[in-house]
Design a protein around this ligand. Structure first.
Ligand SMILES: *[C@@H]1O[C@H](CO)[C@@H](O)[C@H](O)[C@H]1NC(C)=O
Ligand SMILES: *[C@@H]1O[C@H](CO)[C@@H](O)[C@H](O)[C@H]1NC(C)=O
Ligand SMILES: *[C@@H]1O[C@H](CO)[C@@H](O)[C@H](O)[C@H]1NC(C)=O
Ligand SMILES: *[C@@H]1O[C@H](CO)[C@@H](O)[C@H](O)[C@H]1NC(C)=O
Ligand SMILES: *[C@@H]1O[C@H](CO)[C@@H](O)[C@H](O)[C@H]1NC(C)=O
Ligand SMILES: *[C@@H]1O[C@H](CO)[C@@H](O)[C@H](O)[C@H]1NC(C)=O
Ligand SMILES: *[C@@H]1O[C@H](CO)[C@@H](O)[C@H](O)[C@H]1NC(C)=O
Ligand SMILES: *[C@@H]1O[C@H](CO)[C@@H](O)[C@H](O)[C@H]1NC(C)=O
Ligand SMILES: *[C@@H]1O[C@H](CO)[C@@H](O)[C@H](O)[C@H]1NC(C)=O
Ligand SMILES: *[C@@H]1O[C@H](CO)[C@@H](O)[C@H](O)[C@H]1NC(C)=O
Ligand SMILES: *[C@@H]1O[C@H](CO)[C@@H](O)[C@H](O)[C@H]1NC(C)=O
Ligand SMILES: *[C@@H]1O[C@H](CO)[C@@H](O)[C@H](O)[C@H]1NC(C)=O
Length: 742
């Protein structure tokens, strides 16, 4: 008996050590973001309260709790009870409960305990909770981003009752008949705070004051990777040097997958996680239960076993059951979408980077059985799924490998208007044959497959498998194909303009542009080479039958994919050496020329620029408020900087490419590299957000949030940006190389 208290306190100590709490507060007015993780739960709470200059039709008081587990969430909207919009503000406050958040946990006897967060929320005036949404983040997004959609089958399952005497409790049984999401609000240490429950219309009325909230659900949680677990041994110092970014990276990293962004994309996205892994690879952990294997494993797990396609986005949790029901299927099984044509190629590229360095990880990772998440893949190993993906890539690249016609280039899927990272309506200028997929991803994936054939255990090492495929021939076959693709695709996209044609087009742009009326900077022009963002492919979105091969003259940053993923070798033909020199030189010049002659603005390198297009439709659609218009994306800056660094490094390698020996091209490249880094350094404040924009007035550029600008023609409301995006954390590893300093 005597020893018991001592033993108990020891247990307490162990528990508190193994349940360390990580919190982060990120302010992004009118959004206040609070992250909370411990051994019970991982959560993000977003409190929105209108500012004096907010558009009150869009911005109202709102509380969101979002959980990576099941991509789940709870959202509540509030309105002033008496005053006009704008008079009610809400905030989370520190209390004895938490600073401001604490975990909520209750072992209710269900298969999974109720877990979530709690805290105290302050209302400056009397309020009505008008709309509660409980279940999936996707259901919340349908409401906040769609035309305010609420599904009766989901909304009508919400119950509202008096709770704990003077409080109120909302709860909803998910469509799985097992999980319950709950949101409680109870007056907090204040006799003034009072709640009136109106079950009839599911609203509650609150007096001004302080209220304790609890938000929780009983659903299996993910296993978060700590900053120590996400970063490799050599990079542990980043935890103290860049605590903000390493905490964000950890919040988005789980043993099973990395998440694309918080709060709107707290789930798997194939492209986002693989691009992030390629850029972050120097600092990410490797081996068993590592970040690299979380990314590769998540992708393999979700491959379409019928055709080897890599999954773009998953649907999980309550929304998966909802979508299944829409198809008259009673099932909680997750759903997977495959609309993209670029995502397939990132997989072998990433696998080749990883397995080349860590061949001993081939066996443990590829022998793993699939089916945990994508039940359709049960009975397949990750290795078999990787093989299907490689087979698909070899299949779809073969026509062009044998006959280099525009018909044989890779096109968007017929049913889709998007297919690579510029996945908004005007992202590719209605083009059907994108630059990145054809000129960089396909050849790089083929090279990677060739490399993977040399690593024992990745692909079957046999000359005859079911009499069809000669895997041992893949090595040379894919190498030859890679060479054809990297050498023969660029000419389809290349365009030359004389300086005077370019100057005329720039004048046309500045006279037509609705957002830029400054100088054309045509003094920076020499003759211009440009690689089209895409080939036209079709006459219009609605007529995809006839094929047009015109290159669409939008200046863009996707040439960075070629620089990042491909290298000249001693096998490169003289023609490719020359066209590569034009590619790197024109890319450098597009950085050296200020916008609109080039891509560089004081707010960053814009990802697309229609100024040389000679097309008023493109000028009208590629604006500073278009998602993929004349706007700045953090990870594109990282890709460009790292792509240029990799090429500059080849000038010191044993095989020295021709362009390195051309002082004009070499100096342009080195100068552009440093100018880009000066620009990145000047924009540090924005680098962790997804995308941002700028306005121009009286000779000055001002950096502004994309969502604050009115949307471009034909696009409905603006988009709420994620405060943290996985691929916007890549400057954790991408750094300026002083060796190429000017
Ligand atoms: C506020 O937002 C609404 C809805 O998007 C829009 O119609 C209105 O023009 C905006 N008001 C202002 C002042 O920008
Ligand atoms: C007041 O705010 C609500 C929700 O935020 C919105 O639906 C409504 O249109 C706003 N009313 C006015 C007059 O702006
Ligand atoms: C709340 O507590 C946190 C953590 O202790 C602290 O950083 C923050 O400044 C506090 N906020 C206020 C408004 O006191
Ligand atoms: C949940 O229960 C309802 C009513 O019994 C039933 O119709 C439905 O199929 C169940 N859903 C699932 C996913 O089992
Ligand atoms: C909801 O019902 C209550 C009680 O009947 C009523 O006072 C209130 O105005 C209603 N609220 C809304 C938003 O309809
Ligand atoms: C998987 O690929 C096959 C063949 O392309 C297609 O029919 C099927 O719809 C795909 N599966 C999903 C879930 O999209
Ligand atoms: C589901 O069933 C309903 C009723 O039988 C039918 O009208 C609907 O077309 C079905 N939906 C699908 C996607 O099969
Ligand atoms: C997997 O194998 C088991 C046992 O052979 C079989 O019962 C099951 O149907 C298989 N599942 C799939 C998805 O092929
Ligand atoms: C690739 O092509 C071969 C031969 O036509 C076919 O048997 C195989 O199913 C294809 N595989 C994929 C993943 O597309
Ligand atoms: C394939 O098999 C051959 C013959 O057994 C062997 O020499 C070679 O190393 C193997 N290659 C790989 C990548 O496993
Ligand atoms: C562009 O000009 C260069 C010479 O500067 C030439 O080698 C190249 O073939 C031209 N490209 C096209 C598409 O005309
Ligand atoms: C594509 O080419 C057709 C035929 O020349 C033309 O009518 C159409 O406007 C072009 N579309 C774009 C986006 O350039």
């Amino acid at each position: 008996m005597l020893f018991l208290p001592i033993i108990l306190s020891f247990v307490e100590l162990v528990r508190s050590q193994s349940c360390s709490i990580t919190t982060q507060h990120l302010t992004d007015p009118p959004y206040e973001n609070y992250f909370y993780s411990d051994c019970n739960v991982d959560a993000q709470v977003v409190v929105t309260s209108p500012l004096s200059d907010s558009n009150l039709t869009i911005i109202g008081p709102r509380l969101i709790v979002a959980w990576p587990a099941g991509n789940s969430g709870i959202c509540t909207f509030f309105q002033p009870q008496n005053g006009p919009n704008g008079t009610l503000s809400i905030e989370l406050v520190n209390s004895t409960l938490g600073q401001p958040l604490a975990a909520y946990r209750s072992d209710s006897g269900n298969s999974y305990p109720d877990v979530g967060v709690q805290g105290v929320i302050a209302f400056n005036a009397s309020a009505t909770l008008t709309i509660p949404i409980l279940g999936s983040v996707r259901t919340i997004r349908d409401f906040t981003e769609g035309p305010s959609l609420l599904q009766p089958s989901i909304q009508n399952a919400i119950t509202l009752r008096q709770y704990n005497g003077s409080g109120a409790s909302y709860s909803r049984l998910w469509l799985d008949n097992e999980t319950i999401s709950t949101f409680n609000l109870v007056p907090w240490q204040s006799s003034n705070s009072k709640i009136t429950v109106n079950p009839g219309n599911r609203t509650i009325s609150l007096d001004a004051g302080f209220y304790q909230f609890q938000a929780y659900f009983n659903y299996p949680q993910l296993q978060q990777l700590t900053p120590q677990q996400v970063l490799n041994n050599q990079s542990q110092a980043l935890i103290t040097q860049q605590p903000d970014q390493s905490t964000s990276l950890s919040f988005l990293s789980y043993s099973e997958k990395l998440l694309a962004g918080a709060w709107r994309f707290l789930t798997y996205f194939g492209r986002d996680s693989m691009i992030s892994a390629l850029l972050l690879e120097p600092v990410l952990s490797t081996g068993n239960a590592s970040a690299m294997e979380a990314v590769i494993g998540a992708v393999l797990e979700r491959i379409n076993r019928t055709d080897g396609s890599v999954c773009h986005e998953e649907t999980i949790g309550d929304y998966a059951t909802y979508l299944n029901l829409q198809n008259n299927i009673t099932s909680t099984a997750a759903g997977f979408t495959y609309p993209m044509i670029d995502t397939d190629f990132y997989l072998p590229i990433l696998m080749s980077v990883y397995f080349s360095k860590y061949p001993s990880r081939v066996q443990p990772l590829l022998s793993r059985q699939a089916g945990q998440v994508d039940t359709a893949n049960a009975n397949l190993t990750y290795g078999q799924l990787a093989l299907l993906n490689a087979q698909k890539i070899i299949n779809i690249t073969t026509p062009f490998s044998s006959n280099q016609s525009v018909q044989n280039l890779l096109h968007l899927k017929n049913s889709e208007i998007v297919g690579q990272w510029r996945d908004s309506t005007y992202g590719l200028a209605n083009g059907r044959i994108p630059f990145d997929v054809n000129c960089a991803l396909a050849p790089a994936a083929l090279r990677a497959i060739s490399q993977l054939t040399k690593i024992p255990g990745v692909f079957p090492n046999t000359t005859s498998t079911n009499g069809l495929t000669n895997y041992s021939s893949w090595s040379s076959l894919s190498l030859t194909a890679a060479q054809t693709w990297e050498e023969q695709t660029l000419p389809f996209f290349e365009l030359n303009f004389t300086a005077s044609t370019a100057a005329t087009r720039l004048n046309q742009f500045t006279s037509q542009s609705t957002f830029y009326n400054g100088p054309t900077h045509n003094d920076s022009l020499t003759d211009v080479t440009l690689h089209a963002i895409a080939l036209n492919g079709t006459a219009s979105l609605t007529n995809q039958t006839s094929l047009y091969s015109q290159p669409i003259p939008i200046l863009h940053t996707d040439t960075a994919f070629h620089l990042f993923l491909l290298n000249l070798t001693n096998m490169s033909s003289p023609a490719y050496q020359a066209s590569f020199a034009r590619l790197i030189n024109s890319t450098a010049q597009s950085i050296l020329r200020p916008f609109p002659a080039g891509l560089l603005t004081p707010s960053g390198l814009v990802v697309a620029n229609p100024a040389l297009s000679n097309d008023s439709t493109l000028i009208a659609n590629f604006t500073n408020s278009a998602y993929h218009g004349t706007v700045v994306w953090s990870w594109q800056l990282a890709l460009m900087a790292e792509g240029m660094r990799r090429q500059l490094a080849t000038c010191n390698a044993s095989f020295v490419p021709q362009w390195c020996q051309d002082p004009y091209v070499y100096n342009n490249t080195k100068t552009a590299y440093n100018l880009l880094w000066d620009n990145i350094d000047a924009n540090r404040a924005q680098l962790q957000s997804e995308v941002w924009s700028w306005t121009y007035s009286n000779g000055n550029f001002t950096t502004v949030p994309l969502g604050s600008l009115p949307p471009p023609p034909g696009v409905s409301g603006g988009t709420e940006s994620n405060v943290r995006q996985l691929w916007s954390l890549t400057f954790l590893s991408v750094k300026r190389d002083e060796e190429y300093g000017s």
